[in-house]
Ligand binder design. Structure first.
Ligand code: PHE
Length: 452
């Protein structure tokens, strides 16, 4: 392949790539979704299955995405086409990139609405409106926010502008600078919150809840949720990691780099759980409260604790930072495509795409008010987009990427790019050809045909 670098530029170092990709991976999936699905699925055994999915399916697919992006140094559609061509495969493999871009657009539209809730909660925590609030009142306050489209629109617009501004500034001046500032901030905040959770008296209970592997609690459904979530949390199956990989330097080892990203993402999810559950338990609340865990239970808990207001602000700032660095990565594949294929200026491409996703976001935020009777298969727009992207489009993208890397790309090219040989390469290859596609196909089958 002839391109030495992408026309968008390249990351300053291997560590910047690791931090940028970790910024994409660590998001609402880790801090909002992971704790509540762990709570809903009974804790320990679920966590163990989730860890196995990350290691056996997520990491190998992430390696494939990075190597395809880096080999072609282009946006996902063109990268897939070029890598296919080099191995004498069909150019139609580029369609995976197209589906991925669509997934990114659809995910952004509901993600930025949740990002908006987070910004609202930073304000609520700052003003102390919720200190000493009861569970019922906190539930009512969250309900009132959802029913208020103009407030939601304001926050959603602010969040979208924050993301558009970073992406428009380019990969070095925008994404890289944001990464350099926000990722260390994120780790520091997380450690402070973990320390705080340790002082609450519920720490042992929180720890046991997450790490006592009681297999009698494990259901098929929970295992399926764990596999589906491993795609969402690692930002796989939609080209984000492929696009970020196209800006990675040639000399860095893909295997080690990807392991670092997977480990950091997992660590953040586990630490987020260990920061949240003790707070929930020490206030006698229910870990299985569902999506409201972060927006209802936690504010109640913070409202009753010493220094709760301060730590409440820190907590929601942490979530906001994590959501921000993920949301920008949802836009990057499409922006790169528009710039490279149509010669658009980066700022034009980003603002144009930004307007589209912002508009789609309005349909999502209206799901709780003026558009509540618009449903698809019984779900409102917000839930429907969350469902089809996380449960169907990303896993499907993942299957195709694995099949492509395993069956279409010639081994010698994969080996060259991954710089691996022997048993390790065979294991990776086996995962691409069989393990990953079969595991994902099983998940998809059961998600679409629930057993109970
Ligand atoms: N990984 C992000 C999270 O856990 C979500 C995401 C998915 C971001 C796909 C980019 C691409 O919140």
């Amino acid at each position: 392949m002839k391109n030495k670098t992408s026309i968008q530029g390249s990351w300053a170092s291997r560590w910047i790539f690791i931090l940028a990709a970790t910024g994409s991976a660590v998001g609402l999936g880790n801090i909002w979704k992971f704790p509540y699905i762990t709570g809903e699925n009974g804790g320990g055994a679920f966590v163990l299955v989730y860890l196995a999915c990350i290691l056996l399916v997520g990491i190998p697919i992430m390696m494939a995405e990075v190597f395809i992006g880096r080999r072609a140094r282009k946006n996902p559609i063109d990268a897939l086409e070029d890598v296919a061509e080099e191995s004498e495969g069909s150019k139609s493999w580029g369609l995976i990139g197209l589906m991925g871009m669509l997934s990114g657009i659809l995910i952004f539209s509901f993600y930025s609405v949740v990002g908006g809730w987070v910004l609202h909660y930073i304000k609520v925590m700052l003003t102390g409106e919720m200190s000493g609030i009861s569970s019922d009142d906190a539930g009512a306050a969250f309900g009132a926010l959802l029913a208020d489209p103009s407030t939601l629109l304001g926050w959603h617009t602010l969040f979208s502008i924050m993301c558009i501004a970073v992406v428009a500034a380019g990969i070095n001046k925008g994404i890289e600078t944001a990464t350099r500032i926000m990722m260390p901030a994120l780790f520091i905040l997380l450690i402070i919150l973990l320390g705080y959770a340790m002082t609450t008296g519920g720490f042992a209970q929180g720890w046991n809840f997450m790490f006592e592997f009681d297999f009698s609690k494990l259901t098929w459904g929970a295992a399926l949720v764990a596999l589906g979530h491993s795609f969402f949390t690692l930002s796989l199956g939609m080209g984000t990691i492929m696009a970020y990989g196209s800006y990675m330097t040639k000399d860095a080892s893909i295997g080690k780099t990807v392991l670092a990203i997977g480990a950091l993402d997992t660590l953040v999810a586990l630490v987020a759980g260990l920061a949240i559950f003790p707070i929930i338990f020490s206030n006698g609340m229910d870990p299985a409260a569902g999506p409201g865990l972060m927006f209802i239970s936690l504010p109640v808990a913070f409202g009753q604790m010493p220094f709760g207001q301060l730590f409440g602000v820190l907590f929601f700032v942490l979530v906001g930072v994590a959501a921000w660095t993920s949301a920008i990565s949802l836009l990057e594949p499409t922006v790169a495509f528009l710039v490279e294929r149509f010669n658009l200026k980066r700022i034009t491409a980003t603002v144009g795409l930004g307007i589209v996703v912002w508009g789609l976001g309005i349909a999502c935020l209206g799901s709780f008010s003026f558009m509540s009777d618009v449903t698809f298969f019984g779900k409102n727009t917000f839930d429907f987009l969350d469902y089809i992207t996380a449960n169907i489009m990303l896993p499907l993208g993942g299957i195709f990427i694995a099949l492509f890397a395993g069956w279409v790309v010639k081994n010698k090219f994969a080996q060259e790019e991954l710089n691996m040989s022997g048993v390790l390469f065979s294991l990776w290859n086996l995962s691409m050809k069989f393990t990953a596609p079969i595991a994902v196909a099983v998940v998809l089958y059961f998600l679409l045909n629930p057993m109970s």
